[in-house]
Design a protein around this ligand. Structure first.
Ligand code: ADP
Ligand code: MG
Length: 665
């Protein structure tokens, strides 16, 4: 029955079925799993003197002082009191002569039940446009209110649910035994979510069903990930020891944890799927380097994919310095190399003459073959899609290490990367000084740029960033470019200034290069300043219209300065005077903890606005709310992981395996 079309329910013909389809309901099961939008609380009937402003109440009493008068063309105002102690008003449309339909209905009633929000009134409390009943509304407990469409009433939906609930027996319990001690049984939860006995039962039913949603979502994400055999790399030997010994600094505790986890993952026969989150400068690259050493020591190859050619170049240089002395052969492969050189690198890769290759998308084209790829590293995860990640993994059967400098709250990371284990590097290396961040009133803009010039005169460099939320918006781009040019020719006329924005082509890379070689003093850019871009000589950052950036994004941006010996300073120019805007910016000014800032950003703006989240799209949940139900999400993710580690194919849980087939991901 549950899998039959909605027409199997009483009173649903082809026409209604079509309307229901518009609501996303095609089968009886869909109807059962389409939950109330809200509830009406008819549990308590109160006397007029018990009316309490601010509460939604059902009140009962005699209807007095009833009158109706026209207030404008075709509109009438009906006023009355409930027992002389609660004011009641309704507006109705009525053009014809004589009293309105509602007025006549009320006139016949001696006593009424009204349901609505009570408000403070001048003489006594009032209700505006309450629902009115001439008989006691007959519903035990809370009355569900469903999303409706033309031609479908709430009563009909209630009846269909009742009919569908009659077939609950067909529905298995999908949670494993051990979780049922903690959560309501499925049948009971479905009954209570539609017709809660009281608010406590509602809460428990909702908790169970939200957990179920998250649990199934995670099983779907995680299942299949852990089934394949992976490479088992060798335990650390001489090469790893030499790599660790030559590090010019002491690793932080978080870095040590990360190395330990990576070692464990890489040595195990299960495929590694690990995300390392840590802000710019937290020392993630060491973790990737260590992984590369392990892979090379086991006779494997490493592919490291980064989003831009500039970053690829920087990374390849760095790895040549750190890994080259260990005898590890590092190569670069990017699209703007000469075809002949690219071909040479590809051949070396295919013959196993290169151990580590760093590159952009060029690494995943069809032409590239690896001799024995055992580790794939993806830097700046959010810049690549899942497909690109998959393409890289398809080049062999490598372990995967993903690095992200955009800290995302753990709860959200779990939803977005449910298939990855998450490692956080929260501690910054001890020698790192926080960027001195200041909120500046635009009146002092001139001072800020004079300060920039003074630092430039001492041989330091600066970034100026303009917001451009939608790069495609032509008008806005033009305005931003004009402002940037005005700055270049005005306040910053004495400095060597380069200008870049998202719609520039190849020159963009050239300007970047010139800036990183120190041939430019100031880089004026839209938000495209590359994530991970490393110019240690840059010490000052000015962010124009700071209020238009996300907090996580501001934190990212300022991480670009003070990466060398001299401390960094960041000016946030805010042109909005709203207290909320100020409060948001204060978070960034006061805190230097990227994870905390991301949490705050999530709290203040919701997950959709968090940098890097939008392009991933949000999974769809019927009942669950990513923000409000974060704890349940975490519990469900852990429960799913634990179950899959015991029983990867869910052989012992046929009902659950079957349930997953219904679950859309
Ligand atoms: P990320 O990749 O997270 O942006 P990096 O690995 O590039 O960070 O590290 C940033 C800088 O800090 C590098 O110059 C690196 O040598 C240095 N560094 C990394 N770890 C430490 C540490 N534990 N102590 C001191 N300096 C460190
Ligand atoms: Mg990095």
């Amino acid at each position: 029955m549950l899998n039959r079309p909605v027409t199997a329910l009483p009173g649903i013909g082809e026409k209604k079925a079509k309307t229901l389809k518009g609501l996303g309901l095609e089968t009886v099961r869909d109807v059962l799993f389409s939950f109330p939008r809200t509830y009406k609380d008819f549990q308590q009937v109160l006397e007029p003197h018990e009316a309490q402003a601010g509460e939604v109440q059902l009140l009962h009493g005699p209807l007095l002082h009833l009158r109706e008068r026209p207030i404008s063309q075709g509109r009438r105002l009906i006023q009355a009191t409930l027992g002389g102690q609660l004011g009641l008003t309704w507006f109705v449309f009525h053009r014809a002569p004589g009293p309105s339909f509602l007025y006549r209905k009320l006139q016949r009633a001696k006593e009424v039940w009204v349901y609505g929000l009570v408000k403070e009134g001048t003489l006594f409390p009032e209700m505006a446009s309450p629902e009115v009943y001439t008989r006691r509304p007959g519903h035990q407990g809370l009355m569900p209110v469903y999303p409706l469409a033309a031609g479908i009433t709430n009563n009909q939906r209630v009846n269909w649910i009742k009919a569908a609930l009659g077939h609950l027996g067909e529905l298995g319990e999908c949670l494993p035994e051990d979780l049922l001690g903690r959560y309501m049984h499925r049948h009971e939860a479905l009954r209570q979510i539609h017709f809660p006995k009281d608010w406590t039962h509602y809460e428990r039913a909702r908790e169970r069903l939200v957990f179920e949603e998250f649990f199934l979502f995670h099983l779907g994400l995680q299942r299949g990930q852990r089934q394949r055999e992976g490479v088992a790399h060798r335990p650390d030997g001489e090469l790893a020891a030499r790599f660790l010994a030559q590090l010019p600094f002491e690793l932080t505790a978080d870095q040590k944890d990360a190395l330990r986890q990576v070692a464990e993952d890489m040595e195990s026969g299960r495929p590694m799927r690990r995300l390392i989150q840590g802000e710019v400068g937290s020392g993630k690259t060491i973790v990737a380097e260590y992984g590369a050493v392990k892979a090379a020591a086991s006779g494997g190859q490493v592919a490291m994919m980064v989003p831009t050619e500039v970053l690829a170049l920087q990374m390849a240089d760095r790895l040549k310095k750190s890994l080259g002395p260990l005898g590890i052969r590092v190569a670069l492969l990017v699209g703007n190399m000469k075809p002949k050189d690219q071909q040479a690198v590809r051949e070396a890769l295919a013959h196993g003459e290169v151990d580590v290759v760093v590159g952009t998308h060029a690494l995943i084209t069809d032409k590239v073959e690896y001799h024995n790829l055992t580790l794939a590293v993806v830097d700046e995860q959010h810049r690549f899609g899942v497909r690109q990640r998959a393409a890289l993994l398809g080049k062999g059967n490598p372990d995967l290490l993903v690095m992200s400098a955009t800290p995302i709250p753990r709860s959200l990371a779990l939803t977005m990367y449910g298939d990855l284990d998450v490692t956080e590097i929260r501690q910054l290396p001890a020698n790192r000084q926080p960027v001195d961040t200041r909120l500046i009133h635009p009146d002092r803009r001139g001072d800020v740029y004079r300060y920039v010039l003074s630092r430039v005169k001492q041989g330091e460099q600066a970034y100026v960033v303009f917001p451009l939320v939608e790069e495609s918006e032509h008008v806005e781009l033009k305005a931003a470019v004009q402002e940037m040019e005005a700055l270049q020719g005005g306040l910053l006329a004495e400095a060597r200034v380069g200008l870049i924005h998202g719609q520039m082509g190849k020159e963009k890379e050239e300007v970047f290069q010139a800036f990183s070689r120190g041939e430019l003093d100031v880089l004026i850019a839209t938000t495209v300043v590359e994530v991970g871009m490393n110019v240690p000589n840059a010490t000052v950052m000015v962010i124009e219209n700071a209020e238009r950036f996300g907090l996580a994004q501001l934190h990212q941006l300022r991480g670009r300065v003070g990466r060398g010996r001299k401390p960094g300073i960041c000016f946030l120019l805010a042109y909005s005077h709203s207290p909320q805007a100020r409060a948001r910016l204060e978070v960034v000014r006061k805190s230097n903890d990227g994870f905390f800032i991301a949490e705050e950003d999530l709290r203040l703006r919701g997950p959709g606005d968090l940098m890097g989240v939008r392009q991933w799209g949000q999974p769809y949940f019927r009942l669950a709310d990513l923000q409000a139900d974060r704890e349940l999400l975490q519990l469900a993710a852990e429960a799913a992981r634990e179950l899959l580690s015991r029983d990867p194919l869910l052989k012992g849980y046929p009902e659950l395996a079957q349930e997953l087939d219904y679950y859309p991901i």
